[in-house]
Design a protein around this ligand. Sequence first.
Ligand code: SF4
Ligand code: SF4
Length: 154
Amino acid sequence: MSDLTFSCKMCGHCCYGRGGIVLGTKDLPRLLEYFQLDKESLLNKYTENMNDKPCLIVKDDGYCYFFKEGEGCTIHEARPDVCRAWPYFRGNLVDSTSLEMAKEDCPGIIKDVSHAFFAHDGYAYLVENKLLAYNPLVDGRALIVSEDELPPHE
Ligand code: SF4
Ligand code: SF4
């Protein structure tokens, strides 16, 4: 990631919405350690099943259970990989229309960045931070992408 493609404005918009925060392979162990809970307790307390995958629950206002107005993510050091990866999700890396729509929702994405530059910069970020996922049965599909799916370099 470079600030040529993204610079978070801390608006919290990406923490809004139900079912988007899938707990993948690396997330559960990290959260178990953070909360010092057993797996069943953690899943019962903080997740619901969406398409056979555990997702973080949301509050009545529609924001993630762990989002606090004025403070942001209250579990920042233990947040799931999809939260670490946004806005470099598969859809935005492989599809220019998806990226243009994401720019409407996320003021942190640099508005005039080209799709190819964003995609390769974002992919490098995912690799560098070990955020790529490989198993569609357990991981969020947003993190499953291969380099040959990216648009050609400019
Ligand atoms: S929507 Fe974008 S700018 Fe706003 S908090 Fe999320 S990543 Fe940052
Ligand atoms: S875990 Fe944190 S970063 Fe992720 S959606 Fe919830 S509040 Fe936002």
